[in-house]
Every structure is written in C-alpha cells, then in structure tokens.
Design a protein around this ligand. Structure first.
Ligand SMILES: Cc1cc2nc3c(=O)[nH]c(=O)nc-3n(C[C@H](O)[C@H](O)[C@H](O)COP(=O)(O)OP(=O)(O)OC[C@H]3O[C@@H](n4cnc5c(N)ncnc54)[C@H](O)[C@@H]3O)c2cc1C
Length: 467
C-alpha cells in the first residue's frame, strides 16, 4: 500500500483528476499486450509537463517507490506491467509535436505523441519519418524509443534508433539529462542517446525526443506475389536481397495468416495461396520502375503464380492496411495469442520457416507466421488458450525451441519487441552471464534504489549482490 501522504502530494502537483487510485480506474494500467499476468499498481499519475514529470520522479526517488512509465501499453514483452506496490506514469497528456524543422529536417516531440500522428504531420510537409511499427496508429514515440521499435520499413530505412538525434530525460534521482543535439553529427561525450534507446524505461523517464526526418520518396510501387509453397516465397526473399535490391518493405504471410487477415479485412487476398509476399519499392520514379520490374522477374523465377501490382493509392493502402491487421485478425481466432519475434540473418529465412513448421507439428499447436521477412524478423504467432494448462506447457516448450533455433542460426531473441519481463529469463542464452552482469552493474550505478521499471530486461536486480 502506498502512503496516503504521497497520494496527497501527487494530487497537489497534478490535480486529483490526474491521479488514479481506484482499482477499476487502474485496471487498464495493470497489463499490456504481452501474455503475462496483470499486476495492479498503487497509483497511476498522468502528468502534462516536464516540471510535473520531474516532481513525480523525485517523490518516487525519495520514497523508494518503483516507477513504470507507460505510453499506449502496446508492447509485447511485459514492459509496462508495474510492480505491485509501484506507480505507473502515463504519458497520455504529453502529446505535443513541439517543432517540425523543415530546414534542418528534424522534429521535436513530447513522448506521448502517437507515431502515426507525427508521420502524417511531416508527410504534409514533404518529409518522411520512416519507422512504422504495425501498431503506429496507437503506439507512442516514447514507447517506440524505449523499445527501439522496428516495423515494416526496417529493411531499407532502419529502425527507431536510426532516427533518434537527441533526448531529454529524468534519471532515477530526478536529474534532468540532455543527450545528443540537433545537428547531423554530434561526437561529444558518451553516446548516451544510444544507451537510452531500447532501455525500456529502466534508465530514465523520457521527456523530449528529437527525431531525424528525411525527404519523402517521390514514387512507390506495391505488389502482392502469390505462391503455392511458403518455401518458394521465403527463397524469393533471400534472392531479392542477394540481387542487391533493397525494397522499402518485404513482408511474408503464411496461409494460416492469409485466411485470418482476409476474413478480418476483406482486402481480396487469395485465401488458397500457401504464402504471399507483400513488397514495396520506393524512391526516384525511374529507380522504382527498374527495381519493381526486377522484383517481379525474380518473384516469377522463384515460382510466384500471380503478381498483383497496386494501380492506385487506394489499392496500395488496402494492401498495407490488410498487412497491419494481421495481429488483430489472428487474435480473433483463439482466446490467447503469443506473438514472438525471434530474428535470424536474412539468408536464414527459408531455414527458419522450415523450423517453425517442424515445431508446430512436434508440439501439435497452431502457429501463424507473418512478418518482416526482409529483415529476417518473422512473427511466429501461436494461437492457444492459456486456461488449457496442458496445451500452454507445450506452447512454452515450443517458444523455447523457437528461441534455440533462432540463436543456433546466428539470430537474436527479439528483433523489435524488446526484452521486458517476457524475455528477461532467456537473455543469458543469447548474451551470456557477463553481459547481463555488466548491464546490472550499469543499472545499479544509475539507479541504486532500483526504482525505474524493476525486473525488466536484466531480471531481478538484487541478484547483483550475490554475483
Ligand atoms: C498490433 C500490434 C502491432 C505491433 N507491431 C509492431 C511492429 O511492427 N514493430 C515493433 O517494433 N513493435 C510492434 N508492436 C509492439 C509495440 O507497439 C511497440 O513496442 C511500441 O513501441 C510500444 O509503444 P507504446 O507507446 O505502446 O509503449 P508502451 O507499451 O506503453 O511502453 C513500452 C516500453 O517503453 C517504456 N516507455 C514508454 N514511454 C516511456 C517514456 N516516456 N520514458 C521512458 N520509457 C518509456 C515503457 O516503460 C515500456 O518499457 C506491435 C504491437 C501491437 C499490439
């Protein structure tokens, strides 16, 4: 239980309306998009300014209260599941685009700005903010930075870390820290910006984010290639990369996912296809024409039975809206959906696709596979019912085998969804104990009382004492 005098202080700073303490008000803040048990916080605070954030962090620091920052709670790794006695800080009111600088091509935003809102605002000025997680219509830029979110355009344009020029944040002791700059180059001090990106709320509370913008591509061409086998589709992915063509987007869907998506989105996808590749090339119109043709030729050579090229913006939008609905479409099928994002070097995509098929057969479970094939970042999605404990044990064993296979192929446990609580127990498999110890020591030095998002990434921090 939180001391009532602390709630009084929160009320004085924010006004009672923005301090939640009733169970029914806090329920939504007790879980996120990961399949993990919910934990109710002691209080939820909703600040609107830097000053208010700073005061709350100071109170948490003085009272050794765990503090979990929350954007939209769409993360898939348990990163916003709070400590039972802790405080959740929602960034929902920190939603201003502070500046879009066209001359120097950067944007300055508060952390609660919705990703798609910034993308649309800069597009209106002929600029481009490429990172586009499938959740962009609801996720926040603070959450994207804290997770180092990827998305559909990672192959050509990179991920969130490639666009963060500078940050302002409060550390665990309530100090205001400024990193990076608004210049293209910046070589002063440690690369603290790099450290903060992907830190999942464990090293500081982001207050202001400066993001790089680039000129918008002049032309785009989207197409859907249809295959009779998923092996042919995955081999096409490897062949496109090997041909030195870098599409903006190169996504794969298996038959299970195609059926779910078509049922959900009615986009006209061929439900009998074993697999689809959704591809977009962009850039100068002449290059788009040339690369588009090369991609079509490669798709046909490797077995595509049909290639549908979007002729209008509306057709193009339909393709990508359908792809973005994949998770929601699959989620309708069974009570529990476990979305994984183990990632392999791109050339290993055909091997990973085969490995997933074997795992589904071995554990007798339903796995829908889709994802950012061009990045080697598949999303094997297991459909199950957590209440069926016998089946869920098989699901857990399957997940561990997916991790093992990805690591054996030189891959990683997470391409974009982060570590959070969900993958913390497995991190040692990938990074080794010394790496975890290094991160724990770093964290202990910056947050000696372990108040910022405890348990995420590095596991239980207390273990440091006996290490
Ligand atoms: C349908 C769907 C599709 C998705 N598609 C993708 C995808 O294509 N690519 C991808 O990468 N992810 C994807 N995700 C996962 C998720 O949307 C991303 O991880 C996103 O970055 C989370 O943003 P959020 O605002 O919801 O953050 P939250 O879930 O609220 O928080 C995520 C983490 O950031 C921390 N955090 C949030 N704000 C701050 C702050 N101001 N300061 C410090 N820490 C902070 C939190 O403590 C937490 O650890 C998808 C999720 C869903 C549900």
């Amino acid at each position: 239980m939180i001391n009532p005098s602390i709630i009084t202080k929160f009320n004085e700073i924010l006004g009672q309306e923005f301090v939640l303490t009733q169970k029914e008000d806090m329920l939504t803040y007790s879980y996120d998009a990961a399949v993990l048990d919910a934990r109710m916080p002691s209080a939820v605070v909703i600040p609107q300014s830097s000053e208010e954030i700073g005061e709350i962090v100071n109170i948490c620091h003085e009272n050794r209260l765990p503090l979990t920052v929350r954007g939209s709670g769409t993360n898939l790794s348990g990163g916003t599941i709070p400590e039972g006695n802790g405080v959740v800080m929602s960034t929902g009111r920190l939603n201003k685009i502070i500046e879009i600088n066209e001359a120097d091509m950067y944007a300055v935003v508060q952390p609660g700005v919705i990703t798609a809102k910034l993308a649309a605002a800069v597009e209106a000025k002929g600029l481009f903010y490429p990172p586009d997680p499938g959740s962009q219509a609801v996720s926040t830029l603070g959450g994207n930075v804290a997770e180092n979110a990827g998305g559909l355009r990672g192959l050509k344009y990179g991920v969130t870390k490639d666009y963060v020029m500078g940050l302002r944040f409060f550390d665990a002791m309530g100090n205001y820290v400024k990193t990076g700059s608004r210049t293209v180059k910046c070589a002063t001090g440690y690369n603290v910006t790099g450290l903060m990106v992907g830190s999942e709320g464990t090293l500081g509370v982001l207050d202001e984010i400066t993001l790089k913008l680039i000129p918008a591509p002049r032309a785009k061409k989207s197409m859907v290639a249809v295959y009779d086998t998923i092996e042919q589709a995955s081999e096409t992915v490897a062949a496109i990369i090997a041909a030195r063509i870098v599409p903006a987007t190169l996504e794969i869907l298996d038959n299970f996912t195609i059926r779910a998506v078509e049922d959900f989105s009615k986009a006209g996808l061929p439900i009998d296809a074993a697999s689809l590749l959704l591809i977009e090339v962009d850039g100068h119109p002449a290059v788009v024409e040339e690369e588009g043709e090369k991609v079509e030729t490669l798709c046909k050579k490797l077995g595509a039975t049909t290639i549908n090229v979007a002729r209008t913006d509306a057709e193009r939008d339909k393709i990508w809206a359908a792809r973005r609905s994949a998770l929601s479409a699959l989620a309708k099928l069974k009570p529990t959906l476990v979305l994984e994002d183990a990632t392999v070097p791109r050339s290993k995509i055909p091997d990973m696709v085969k490995a997933l098929q074997k795992i589904a057969e071995k554990y007798k479970i339903d796995i829908g596979t889709f994802g950012h094939a061009g990045d080697g970042n598949l999303h094997p999605t297991i459909l199950t019912d957590k209440r069926d404990t016998e089946e869920f044990h098989r699901v857990e064993a399957a997940i561990e085998e997916i991790f093992d296979d990805a690591l054996a192929m030189g891959g990683t446990l997470s391409g974009e969804h982060g570590t959070g609580l969900a993958k913390a127990p497995f991190l040692e498999k990938e990074a080794g104990y010394s790496s975890i110890l290094f991160s724990r020591r770093l964290r202990a030095a910056l947050d000696p009382d372990n108040i910022l998002n405890p348990g995420k990434i590095t596991g239980v921090q207390e273990q440091l004492k006996s290490a």
